[in-house]
Ligand binder design. Structure first.
Ligand code: KIV
Length: 304
């Protein structure tokens, strides 16, 4: 395995865009890769401007923006709409579209058809697929069409029922071995990076050393080649339980609430809008308008 992009996969999608080999070179230099999820154009623009390397249109959108209980119900069409928006905003960062549950499990053909939609209609640079095992064949089928693929192992939320909940994975020697085997298999299959979610830091460190492709951790400790966080967790826009691996970098949720409460109070009190928010009209036009209305109403009265 080399750090080169898989055969057939574009190294650079468009001018100014980061390339797959850029990520491989970052691993080579020991430079950490910064990845974040985003689900709309303004967020993608901000991620781009902040120097984020990879924007993931995660199927976490199901929970963060669509208000669903899990990632399972989100559809290809819903994910495509979000991916299109993110692709418009991210001109430098690589855009990776998460293939939702049901979009790649059924057959190589439907996996490829959906992956093509994410690139062609969604403007994604690559797609991400959860799990190894049967997913390995799908990775091959998608790569054969020249679409780069990111793997994802550990806590894979699409199979949360089988995993018995949102729990850390790979905490026994046998399970850690299985994770390493899966990571190696995904690398052999041609993935250009692998997300490691909710696994012990020591296991992630070992996997990272064993692979030539970059690992991107979320709840996988500091030794991964990169880190990914969910937009809404990072900015305190999420509601409910936060996993222990989340660090909140700003209370944007709190700032939005304060702003909205001030807006509601201003509207109720008639303090908004003020003169500077209002369109003026030439005085003579206003007088003409009023005079015409007066004439019309007088005329109507005469006809009654
Ligand atoms: O859907 C998502 O946001 C993800 C990240 C947690 C890696 O898969």
């Amino acid at each position: 395995m080399t750090n080169k992009p898989p055969s057939g996969a574009p190294d650079t999608a468009s001018p100014g865009k980061l390339s797959l080999s850029h990520l491989a070179a970052m691993k080579g230099r020991g430079e950490r890769i910064a990845m974040v999820t985003a689900y709309d154009a303004p967020s993608a623009r901000l991620a781009d401007a902040a120097g984020v390397d990879v924007v993931l249109v995660g199927d976490s959108a199901a929970m963060t923006v669509l208000g669903l209980d899990s990632t399972v119900p989100v559809t290809v069409d819903e994910m495509l709409m979000l991916t299109r928006a993110v692709s418009r905003g991210a001109t430098r960062s690589l855009v990776v579209a998460d293939m939702p549950f049901g979009s790649f499990q059924i057959s190589d053909e439907s996996a490829l058809e959906n992956a093509v939609r994410f690139v062609k209609e969604g403007g994604a640079d690559a797609v991400k697929l959860e799990r190894a095992g049967p997913t390995l064949r799908r990775v091959g089928a998608i790569l054969d069409a020249g679409i780069p693929v990111v793997g994802h192992i550990g806590l894979t939320p699409q199979s949360v029922k089988m995993l018995g909940g949102y729990k850390a994975q790979g905490r026994t020697a046998a399970k850690a071995h299985r994770l390493l085997d899966d990571a190696r298999a995904l690398e052999r299959a041609g993935c250009f990076a692998i997300v490691l979610e909710a696994i012990p830091a020591a296991v992630a460190a070992r996997i990272t050393r064993e692979l030539t492709i970059p690992t991107v951790g979320i709840g996988a400790g500091p030794s991964c080649d990169g880190q990914v966080l969910v937009w809404h967790d990072l900015l305190a826009l999420s509601t409910g339980h936060l996993p222990r691996f989340v660090k909140q970098y700003a209370d944007i949720g709190g700032a939005i609430l304060t702003a909205l409460e001030a807006y509601v109070a201003d509207v109720r009190a008639g303090r908004f809008p003020e003169a500077q928010h209002t369109y003026p009209m030439p005085e003579e036009e206003l007088q003409l308008f009023e005079a015409e209305l007066l004439a019309t109403s007088l005329g109507e009265k005469r006809h009654k």
